[in-house]
Design a binder for this molecule. Structure first.
Ligand code: ZN
Ligand code: ZN
Length: 375
């Protein structure tokens, strides 16, 4: 609402010259925010997160977040810490933290940037500022988990392995993401995560939790699980004590690989909902390979189908023309209907990784601007 009084009070900002209703110390609110800021805040906040249960240590005290994800919990904690530490700059009546954002997305320990939106007020004039604050996130083990590890045994092991014998970086990251999204109650049942040369072992306190974890991993990463129960001794009451081992094998396939399932050949596009998205190379159509299809009859990498690097020299409405950069005189022509592509758009003058198979050409990856070699 604009009162007459305010109109009379119209002022000129001493810095930018804009005419505004009210000034704070001679400046408009955006100039004031730029020159003085809205509030005093620390430049960096250090937190420690428990690697097993996701509890966070703030000023020596460990506490479990109430939010579902670690990222939400940390945002919550940052909000509280910053609100506590914040002091409005001189000239403002109030200041508060309006919003906290983590950039980039939180994946694990490391250094992150937090963008805090700070708002303030001086005699009804609102003022706002975005401030970048460093978050240093370390991993540790909270006392509750230390207790569990030393006092309680584990009743199950989830062994995560790759079909190729060695987990790839991509698979390790994928596994980390699956574990980070587990329900906190289930996540806390993981007593220890042991990284070995062949893969990762999760030591789990309860068999039922281990089954949930294994099925989560295999459904999200298209794995195959096999259970084995082993006797490991007798308990004090004479009953036999056993331990369940669940092996989760992840398929070592990535975008651009050609695999054979039975007599069918597939060019892998990527992991989608419900399975691997792939081109059936016999038919030239996209299909989804589910867990059953993949593991039921077994699959193998087809090393016989080779890829090539070709330069796209022309793309018309009906046809495309490629050349081999080392033999630019030889043109390779395909009708558009025979081109299957895994890249966003075909661009003339660019090199592509392709597979020529039957009547079709599959464009797998763009390799950058092409250079024609002479001779
Ligand atoms: Zn100004
Ligand atoms: Zn813990």
């Amino acid at each position: 609402m604009v009162r007459d009084e305010d109109m009379v009070k119209g002022r000129i900002c001493a810095r930018c010259g804009r005419s505004v209703d009210r000034v704070i110390r001679g400046l408009c609110s955006s100039c004031f925010a730029e020159v003085y800021g809205v509030a005093k805040l620390p430049n960096q906040v250090n937190l420690v997160i428990c690697r097993y249960c996701g509890s966070i240590r703030v000023k020596g005290v460990w506490s479990r977040g109430v939010e579902d994800s670690i990222e939400d919990t940390i945002r919550d904690v940052m909000f509280t810490i910053l609100t506590e530490k914040l002091r409005p700059v001189e000239g403002l009546d109030y200041a508060w933290i309006d919003n906290v954002k983590i950039i980039p997305e939180l994946h694990g320990p490391g250094i992150y940037s937090i963008i805090a939106t700070i708002k303030g007020e001086s005699e009804d004039v609102g003022i706002s500022e975005d401030r970048v604050i460093r978050l240093k996130l370390d991993v540790g083990v909270c006392p509750a988990c230390t207790n569990k590890i030393t006092k309680r045994g584990y009743n199950a092991i989830v062994q995560v392995r790759s079909s190729s014998g060695k987990l790839s970086e991509e698979q390790r990251r994928g596994l980390e993401r699956v574990l980070a999204r587990l329900d906190p109650g289930i996540r806390s049942s993981i007593i220890s995560i042991e990284e070995g040369r062949n893969g990762i072992d999760l030591l789990v306190d309860e068999i039922s939790s281990a089954r949930i974890i294994a099925s989560k991993i295999s459904s999200e990463m298209l794995g195959k699980t096999v259970e084995a129960y082993k006797l490991v001794g007798r308990r004090s009451d004479g009953k036999r004590k056993g331990r369940l081992t669940i092996s989760v094998r992840l398929p070592d396939v990535k975008s651009g690989d050609v695999i054979r399932i039975g007599t069918k050949r597939y060019l892998i596009f990527g992991l989608g909902r419900g399975g691997l998205i792939a081109f059936n190379m016999e038919k030239g159509i996209e299909e989804t390979i589910g867990t059953e299809d993949l593991w039921g009859r077994g699959f193998e990498h087809d090393q016989g189908v080779l890829s090539a690097k070709l330069l796209l020299v022309y793309k018309g409405n009906d046809t495309v023309l490629f050349t081999d950069p080392s033999r630019p005189e030889a043109l390779v022509e395909y009708p558009i209907s025979h081109v299957r592509t895994m890249v966003d758009g075909l661009r003339e003058g660019f090199l592509y990784k392709v597979i020529r198979y039957g009547k079709l050409i599959y464009v797998i990856e763009e390799l950058g601007m092409g250079v024609q070699e002479n001779g």
